[in-house]
Design a binder for this molecule. Structure first.
Ligand SMILES: [Cu+2]
Length: 151
């Protein structure tokens, strides 16, 4: 029986199973907040480049989700939407972290409460999609200066 399962797991997987996620979380917000940020690390375990092109969020959570980067311009931090998405090279990874790339939730319905979670749908350029469960957490304090900046 064990051998049978090993055989099944070694079959080729379709593209939407080749992206793995770690360190996924959303920063908790105050109840009336209108925007929120989601962080995760994506790893492409396939031989092909894959691009995360868009993200959708349940209507009960927020109006929309955008892929953002943060750049420094004349000493100011500027957020901008990555309209071409985030490309993952074969066996490459992308880290979405405080102070850098992130998924921005726009038009939050009732803020993000610590201890709750929600599910995002990530869409890739090969037409595949993958669900991502996102736990809401308070700033742990060890994230970086960016998190503390808001207090
Ligand atoms: Cu943003």
């Amino acid at each position: 029986m064990a051998g049978f399962f090993v055989f099944l797991l070694s079959l080729p997987v379709s593209a939407n199973n080749s992206i793995h996620f770690t360190d996924t979380w959303a920063r908790a917000t105050f109840p009336m907040a209108e925007t929120g940020a989601v962080y995760t690390t994506l790893m492409n375990h396939s031989q092909q480049p894959l691009t995360l092109v868009s993200v959708s969020v349940p209507e009960a959570v927020a109006a929309s989700a955008e892929i953002h980067s943060i750049t420094m311009s004349e000493g100011m931090m500027k957020m901008r939407e990555l309209e071409n998405g985030i490309e993952l090279k074969p066996h490459g990874h992308a880290m979405l972290q405080p102070g850098g790339q992130h998924i921005m939730l726009v038009g939050l319905k009732e803020g993000l409460e610590p201890g709750t979670s929600f599910t995002l749908t990530l869409h890739f350029n090969d037409g595949s999609q993958q669900l991502l469960e996102v736990p809401v957490q308070d700033d742990s304090g060890d994230n970086d200066a960016m998190g503390k900046h808001h207090h």
